[in-house]
Design a protein around this ligand. Sequence first.
Ligand code: 0A1
Ligand code: ZN
Length: 878
Amino acid sequence: MRDDSAPIIRLEDYRPSDFLIDRVELDVRLHPTATRVTATMAIRPNPHGRSDAPLVLDGDEVNLKALALDGRSLPGGEFEASSQGLTIAQPPRRPFTLSVETEIDPTANTKLMGLYRSGGNYCTQCEADGFRRITYFLDRPDVLAVYTTRIEAERAEAPVLLGNGNPVEAGAIEGTSRHYAVWHDPHPKPAYLFALVGGRLGRVAKTFTTMSGREVRLAIYVEPGKEDRAGYALDALERSMRWDERVFGLEYDLDEFNVVAVSDFNMGAMENKGLNIFNDKYVLASPETATDADYANIEAIIAHEYFHNWTGNRITCRDWFQLCLKEGLTVFRDQEFSSDERSRAVHRIAEVKALRARQFSEDAGPLAHPVRPTQYREINNFYTATVYEKGAEIVRMLKTIIGDADFRRGMDLYVKRCDGTAATVEDFLSAFADVTGRDLSHFAQWYAQAGTPRVTVTGTYDDLARTYRLDFAQATNATPGETVKRPMAIPIRLGLVAQDGSALATRSDRISPQGVFMLDRESDSLTFTNVPQRPAPSVFRDFSAPVKVALDLSNDELLVLLRHDTDAFNRWQAAQSVSLRLLVRLSKHEKVDGPEIAALAAALGSFLESDALRDPAFAALVLTQPGEAEIAQEIASEVDPDAVHRARTDLRRHLAQANTTLLRRLYDDLEDAGAYSPDAASAGRRALRNIALELLPAADRFMGEELAGAQFKAAANMTDRLAALNTLTTIPGKARENALASFGERYRDEPLVLDKWFTLQAAIEEPETLSRVESLLNHPAFALSNPNRVRSLVGSFAMLNQTQFNRADGAGYRFVAGTILRVDALNPQLAARLLTAFSSWRMMESGRRAQAKAALTQIAVAPGLSRDASDIVHRTLE
Ligand code: 0A1
Ligand code: ZN
């Protein structure tokens, strides 16, 4: 089907399935090109469905080989089958057994959905609708079945056979070179949580005793020979399990928990029941091959998938519109876990940076949609920052509003009520409404309305009356299909800071005991009495709501907050706000006085003097200037990316020049001689040292180049080596080229490390980069079929390199568009993801805008475009 005509699926059209499947017995005989699957399903009419409906099973690229109903082979006239579905017009109106045999080709499966091969191993990916690529089924999340899976394979090809649930039996098939394993999962689940794996895999394992004393075998399976890189993931898994017991009282519910790392995977990882399948980049780590950021990601994603066991699997989604029910909540849970394991303030800042970079930009562009969308053409395009990260912010706001104790009571009730069901956002909210007695109907609008609210905050001090008034106003820009916006219920955690840095009392009956003021209309104000002097307001502490804030404070007042606020998030925010203001004005060629920049430089200098060694990770964040994409977002229209790049380079030079001695001293003081440890404190020291290294060449190119060159050679871990190489990439010349060449050679057999190397090169902001990237497409380690490689090279170029992707001559757009079309023929999901790089095209100046539009149009008219790519390209052009 040519797919801009793909039907629109709407939330309002939801109706229960006409049939249910209670049990499935799957028999899968693995073969590289002709895998045979027999599904025996116990089906019955759904009492909530229509009584005269046909049975319509979903299918996608499956070949029907045999079909029997209650043991009787069905004659041709009684059913209709195509590669896309199977219909029985007159099924029995009582429980019956349907047995379907299909054949599929896992080797030809380059979409990486359904059963496919990765590095010679067999694995599956069924969310959102990949199970229908394995057999005909009611492939929808509200059909929950108990699965028994028998897997059979050549023992030499696949000595390891894994399925969902608990192992039942395994053995040889007499007289053949084949063997089998049977797995049974007692927990009813939707088809998207089905998984199997067959292959040659190494493993690390340990035993975990749950809080009620049950023993669970934990194992991580990786490419043989890489077992020593799986230890951190296993440790993170154990800590996640303990944390979920301690914080939410949630215990694991099977005898085994298995994680398998595969090298070809469309996303980060997948929470299949008892058998998580991971992109190997989020499992494998050693000090020599992984950075601190990799370790932190592994910890977070291992936790995320594990936490899905309750929020996603035990309680699943009624339909795909409810995706945020599992994803937003589970992201919230993994963020809380990481905050508890690391530094809460530092983690919060990292979350907000990611939210602004990914979600705020999505909300401001053509792909904006509510956290719970009301329609889609291709569900795979809705695994977005809005559903995930903004979804998590909603849960966090709920906790901020009702407080920690009621939040936990609400979660307990939600789990108790909805366990074993396919639930909705309403089910979730009603648990919290019921435990608190609150009306959450206005709050619920966060799920329904797209766009990022902008809150304006104005402070007025009356020195006669000694009162201080805060005026708040909110507005949200129109988003596609939603022109009228209503006011949201916005929790504002706030405090007042005196000029001398002391905290002022903020008594008001409109502020909750947790220090939260609710802004729930278009405008409102709050007056404080007995305020001895004009304070600086510290609003949205800890980023209490996902909004943009316009605060009428001078740069000097903001810098008081950097020094004195008790809220670490707002200290960081204050410095960022000052930088961002200066960067926007510099980018627009507006006049910026020397003293304004000097004031920021001096404030950063004295901050570093007093705080850097006390909390290096936090200091590193304070020192990091807003990125070019964020500056462009702030400018919002007629953006000239070259001007933005120059502005950022200039500001960094000024800041570095004013603080050269200090930065150099930090660089020297933070040198770490001990063995590498990925813990947060050690990582924080490395982060600060490496940001100092990154800034030094801006002040003194020769010193910077020398330091980076020396660090590159001497580095004892990947974090430091990559940071040195990153700094070198900003300094054109021989040293850089030699370092790049030696890195490429050293890690030629380490694809995940080469990904970092691809990314660094794709991000170099020089006109020569495009041809560099084009020639790297021919590097022996590169493959268009592997999502990690494509994202590292082409994705990084499109998403990270603002000046070169957005080249004025359009060559960057044309290159990316052309590559997307090649990728689309293999893997539509991957192509659609790359396409989202174009979503900021309308804010560019007119020349670039025209070039981007031409490139997008070239994609839109391409013959045979996938539904995934077509959906994105049409929404982007609309
Ligand atoms: N549920 C997974 C994300 C995921 C979604 C789709 C996938 O295949 C296309 C794979 C993974 C998670 O939230 O981790
Ligand atoms: Zn998830």
